[in-house]
Design a binder for this molecule. Structure first.
Ligand code: SF4
Ligand code: SF4
Length: 519
């Protein structure tokens, strides 16, 4: 039996001990972004106004297409399987135009991201725009950052309840309007508006508004930055698209460090100080709750509000703007190398300034020409080619189509006078929203004539057909060839349809069958 002295003590630590264990789920810390002001903020207001205006108002725009087509400028008419976009009408078989637009949007995002970084995330992504809108409401109801933080920490009372109720009610109203605007793209907006409030709209309309209200309120009001950080795949994809020539929002620590809150004292003590006064203005305005001075982060949506905040501080200090700026990694690295003497010494802020105290001419600055490089030319070329191809296809597309199906059983019939008759199903597609009369005729097949079921006209080589606007017309056509002119068992000929007014024409090569013995 071992005595106590002989028991070996192992150097082991329970890495997952209950006392030290970190929770798997860390509760979210609320962010209270401060209102920023400056040129980027103004630009974001403008983008927000334009994008929200387009989204909410587009279904109410009218476009006169005549009496036979809807007058809504942008309409996804699922019932009739049409997509209307101002003068353009897309039929289901032309859906490749929509696919082409999506491809263009994808290539466009590649182009934008490789040049100006995550501009989509920072300015035009719906999540960014709606969060911005919800923040406007929050500030309007509860006040700016400090007031909101105070309210958050305060115990529940009548004022807090009233403010929170007002905020959430306004958010909900915006969310309902957002869902409501969406359904107007799928039906005549004024009619659906009335039907919606009188309870006469289709159940799917109410369900759609319900789902979009819930998602807008939750994503824009409650989850905010968490959607970008945890749910959206785009930040990860964009990381692969950026290179060292892409513009990103950058803290230029080559001129900001060493940061100091007491620059004068530090200078008096003979220490070198950079331009950053550690005021945290850039952190306070960040809607993602990050500190750009920690370097590039996936969470940064490049909204540039920290640039505005820091520029205002630099203005007050009488220093050059751009301590936080849009910069390429290549320029940043070059400036860092300059400030650290080839990365051999700590950052020395005096190295980046001349004797006059101004930033040295050796500092690499952004020039628009730096965006023009092979990669962006390739993206732009592909984007332009797809666009031109689609434009050409759009301008030259047929608005009159002809399709023919030969009767399979029987393939031919011998009539009492010995002539041979074949039956066909002829489909005439009128893709313009107005009625028109077209001429259907035969080309080839000597001596042949046709008759059309339902059209009271003697057999002839051509027949006039009235087409309804925006409709497919199906005809039963019989082609008869006199006995003495019947040739091979299989003969080719053409059905030709023509609109004499617009000179549009289409043709179909069909087959006429006859028995072998009739030769
Ligand atoms: S706003 Fe500018 S000066 Fe203030 S902490 Fe941020 S980087 Fe430094
Ligand atoms: S760090 Fe700056 S650019 Fe990035 S999300 Fe925050 S405020 Fe916007």
């Amino acid at each position: 039996m071992l005595n106590q002295m002989e028991v070996e003590r192992l150097e082991a630590e329970a890495v997952n001990s209950a006392k030290k264990r970190q929770p798997l789920y860390a509760p979210r810390k609320k962010i209270f972004p401060k209102r920023a002001s400056g040129s980027f903020r103004r630009f974001k207001w403008l983008v927000m106004l334009v994008t929200l205006g387009i989204y909410y108002l587009t279904p109410w725009l009218r476009w006169d297409r005549g009496p036979y087509a809807p007058d809504q400028a942008v309409l996804v008419d699922i019932a009739h399987r049409r997509f209307y976009f101002f003068p353009i009408e897309i039929w289901p078989q032309e859906f490749f135009f929509v696919a082409g637009l999506l491809v263009m949007a994808g290539v466009g995002l590649f182009l934008v991201t490789s040049t100006i970084g995550r501009a989509w995330c920072g300015y035009t992504c719906p999540q960014t725009v709606w969060v911005d809108l919800f923040l406007v409401v929050e500030r309007w109801v509860e006040g700016d950052r400090n007031a909101r933080m105070k309210l958050e920490a305060a115990p529940w009372n009548v004022r807090k309840l009233a403010l929170r109720t007002a905020k959430h009610a306004t958010w909900l109203a915006i969310a309902v309007a957002t869902g409501g605007a969406w359904i107007f793209y799928f039906a005549d907006a004024p009619t659906l508006f009335l039907d919606f409030f009188t309870g006469d709209a289709a159940p799917v309309a109410y369900a759609t508004v319900g789902v979009l209200t819930a998602t807008t309120y939750t994503f824009g009001g409650l989850m905010r930055e968490q959607v970008c950080t945890y749910m959206c795949p785009w930040p990860r994809i964009q990381g692969a698209m950026l290179d060292d020539q892409s513009l990103t929002v950058t803290y230029n620590d080559w001129r900001g460090e060493p940061r100091s809150r007491h620059a004068k004292k530090a200078l008096a003590a003979g220490k070198s100080v950079g331009d950053c006064v550690d005021c945290n203005a850039c952190v306070a305005v960040c809607p993602m709750g990050i500190d750009i001075r920690d370097g590039q982060q996936m969470e940064c949506i490049t909204c540039a509000l920290c640039i505005d905040a820091c520029d205002a501080v630099m203005d007050k200090l009488g220093k050059e703007r751009g301590l936080i700026s849009y910069a390429t990694l290549a320029d940043y690295n070059a400036n860092m190398a300059f400030a650290t003497a080839g990365v051999t010494q700590p950052i020395d802020p005096t190295r980046v300034r001349g004797a006059d105290g101004r930033l040295s001419d050796n500092i690499a600055q952004f020039r628009i020409g730096k965006l023009l490089r092979p990669r962006t030319f390739v993206y732009f070329g592909v984007w332009t080619l797809i666009g031109l191809a689609m434009l050409y296809a759009l301008l030259t597309r047929d608005r009159l189509e002809l399709n023919v199906l030969h009767d399979r059983n029987p393939q031919f019939v011998r009539l009492s006078d010995g002539s041979i008759r074949n039956g066909y199903t002829v489909k005439l597609l009128n893709m313009v929203p107005e009625p028109r009369t077209v001429i259907l005729s035969l080309e080839g097949l000597p001596g042949a004539e046709m008759s059309v079921a339902g059209i009271d006209q003697p057999a002839d080589r051509s027949v006039a057909v009235l087409l309804e606007p925006d409709r497919l017309k199906t005809l039963k056509v019989f082609v008869r060839q006199p006995r003495e002119q019947v040739g091979d068992a299989t003969a080719s000929f053409k059905f030709v349809v023509e609109d004499k007014a617009s000179f549009e024409q289409d043709e179909y090569v069909a087959t006429f069958r006859a028995p072998e013995k009739s030769r």
